[in-house]
Design a protein around this ligand. Structure first.
Ligand code: M6R
Length: 610
């Protein structure tokens, strides 16, 4: 997720763009840049860090009437000056800003290099600048060059392009990444969301997928990528700025919960080989042999990332048949951990900055074993200090309670499992294909859960005054019970414990009475019959039972009053679905209790202290 702004009109483009970028910083803030066009010449200024740094660098520049700017959330290439947008072609006469991922960037880069293009950055975006340059040299028309270039591209994009040879137009196109055009009086703007435009105009045209727009000072023409004109009425925006930044959601946490169909899709994007039933991850390509031949995995993490690691243990031991140890990073670093040849250590972290995880991975590296990362923030310290790794591509997570990062971590752990299991031949190609097919179906199934939240809200209303909660699950859904309990604790300040359901009898059952709600994850999987017995044990002691279950489960209906249904999927993928009602339950409980959902007391988004 990145922020994009383009301007053409009589105002100082630089000021308008920088001001717009500041409003978009919640979409990413690891580097920023601007390209301004004056007298048929493009000047680019870029910097790592926040927009305020860029602002200082451009203050005092001569005014320009047209320009584009970008605030970056890195996906390919670390956040430094060269990788910051805008990117330019070989001549510096074409500049582009981009939000999205170009999946086939490596093959395009090889082809363009053989045609004589020289690349400066490690980004996927730069290939677009050179590809457009290639077509521009044949067509001498920016709109046509962009359209032809995009025909060669797989992946997602929201782009705005500037050409020194056509100083009166901005060309924009979208597929999968938002873009809207702001219509002004002798000026027009374009941005990835409305917050960047609203100071200048409230009349906007939302671009749809596979559309291209040619924007001048006084005109906007919209077409599809097949060059057919598109007619669309402008809309008038009435909502306020804060609402826009949160995409209309009341809190970032709710926005991020709702982004999960897309973020899980992004984690899988370009990494599934459907007809072979296997996965591929660019960041692991060079170390694949070490991973596949490892004798043991040791996974280090904290908090929610540690819960994801535990799910990974269940999956990898079951399918890839590789022994997996999961350790709290904070414990690992102060023990005398035994690591031997053949061990592969993984560090999982959303932020990539958690001090305990960082210290633990340094400890592991000192002992001479390879350490790989599963990280969200590109270019973060953990991403840099691991020997290789996979980005989860969840986009910036702003709510302190981690939600979309967890499901994306699970998606990536499943990709690793698929790769290792297929390569170690512990599953067949047919089984691999079945997993891949189900991975493709997951975003739709997540959407289905998100479309039915009224019941979860009603349950939150009923139980909002409870002082304690138990969360119980078995097998691959035991760590989900831990995660559900953590979510409730951290944002609604209700005491909650997660347990493997069978452990209940060894102590926690003493707590059960009519005041103790117990949340069960009871899916039709290998633990189903056992967990049904556990539910009966709680019911027999007058406990209130809330169950996350598969659709149309007749047996459960006789046992529980509150059943939240989720679609069926493969057992190894089921935590990606079962956690979502738990995220929503904690969210609604916190809202109903008047808690600060996005910034709960005593917590920080990443824990960078001892
Ligand atoms: O950025 P990391 O994944 O390394 O963070 C680890 C934990 O601090 C984090 O998951 C924390 O537990 C969250 N607030 C949970 O919602």
């Amino acid at each position: 997720m990145c922020g994009i702004v383009g301007y053409i009109g009589d105002k100082d483009a630089c000021k308008v763009i920088v001001e717009g970028l500041k409003r978009l910083e919640y979409r990413g803030y690891d580097s920023a840049g601007i390209a301004l066009l004056r007298e048929k010449h493009i000047d680019v200024t870029k910097t790592p860090g926040k927009v305020s740094k860029l602002e200082k660098m451009v203050s005092g520049l001569r005014p320009a009437k047209i320009g584009i700017g970008h605030t970056r959330w890195a996906t390919h290439g670390e956040p430094n000056t060269v990788n910051a947008h805008p990117h330019t072609d070989c001549s510096g006469n074409i500049a582009i800003i981009h939000n999205g991922i170009i999946e086939n960037h490596s093959s395009l880069k090889t082809k363009l290099t053989s045609l004589g293009h020289t690349f400066k950055s490690q980004t996927d975006t730069e290939v677009l600048a050179h590809l457009i340059e290639e077509f521009y040299s044949r067509t001498e028309n920016l709109e046509m060059a962009v359209r032809l270039a995009l025909k060669d591209v797989n992946g997602t994009f929201g782009i705005v392009v500037l050409s020194a040879a056509e100083p009166d137009v901005l060309v924009a196109a979208r597929r999968g990444s938002p873009l809207l055009i702001g219509l002004g009086d002798s000026e027009n703007l374009i941005a990835s969301d409305a917050s960047a435009l609203i100071r200048h105009t409230r009349d906007v045209i939302y671009m749809h997928d596979n559309e291209i727009a040619v924007i001048t000072r006084t005109n906007v023409s919209l077409k599809n990528l097949d060059d057919e004109a598109v007619e669309r009425e402008a809309e008038h925006l009435t909502f306020d700025l804060e609402q826009i930044e949160k995409g209309g959601f009341a809190h970032f946490m709710l926005k991020e919960i709702n982004e999960q169909p897309e973020t899980v899709l992004n984690a899988f994007r370009g990494r599934l080989i459907d007809d072979e039933g296997v996965s591929k991850m660019g960041g692991l390509r060079e170390v694949e042999e070490k991973i596949v031949n490892a004798r043991r995995f040791v996974i280090l993490a904290c908090g929610t990332s540690w819960h994801a690691a535990l799910v990974g243990k269940y999956i990898l031991e079951q399918y890839a048949q590789i022994p997996v140890e999961v350790d709290y990073a904070s414990e690992f670093r102060y023990r005398n951990p035994v690591l031997v040849e053949g061990d592969v250590v993984w560090a999982i972290s959303q932020s990539g900055e958690t001090l305990d995880t960082l210290a633990a991975l340094r400890e592991a590296r000192q002992r001479g074993v390879p350490v790989y990362g599963i990280v969200n923030v590109v270019g973060s310290t953990i991403a840099r200090e691991t020997d290789a790794g996979v980005y989860i591509h969840a986009g910036p997570e702003i709510g302190v309670a981690s939600t979309k990062a967890f499901t994306s971590q699970l998606a990536v752990l499943n990709l690793i499992n698929l790769l290792v299991a297929r390569r170690r031949k512990t599953i067949t190609a047919e089984q691999g294909k079945e997993i891949v097919e189900e991975m493709h179906r997951l975003p739709g199934k997540i959407r289905q859960i998100l479309d039915n939240t009224a019941q979860i809200e009603a349950i939150a209303e009923e139980f909002k005054e409870s002082r304690n909660f138990l969360y119980l699950g078995r097998g691959v859904n035991f760590p989900v019970a831990l995660e559900g309990a953590l979510k409730l604790k951290e944002i609604s300040y209700i005491h909650a414990e997660g347990y493997p359901a069978a452990e209940m009898k060894h102590g926690p059952i003493a707590l059960i009475d009519e005041n103790m709600p117990a949340v069960f994850i009871a899916l039709r999987d290998s633990t189903y019959d056992k967990i049904l017995s556990n539910i009966q044990e709680v019911r027999a002691r007058k406990g209130n039972v809330i169950v996350i279950a598969n659709e149309a489960d007749g047996r459960l209906k006789e046992l529980a009053e509150h059943i939240i249904e989720i679609p069926e999927t493969l057992e190894i993928l089921s935590p990606i679905l079962s956690v979502i009602p738990l995220q929503l339950l904690s969210y609604y409980m916190a809202v109903k209790r008047g808690c600060n959902v996005d910034q709960p007391r005593n917590l920080a988004k990443s824990v960078t202290v001892e």
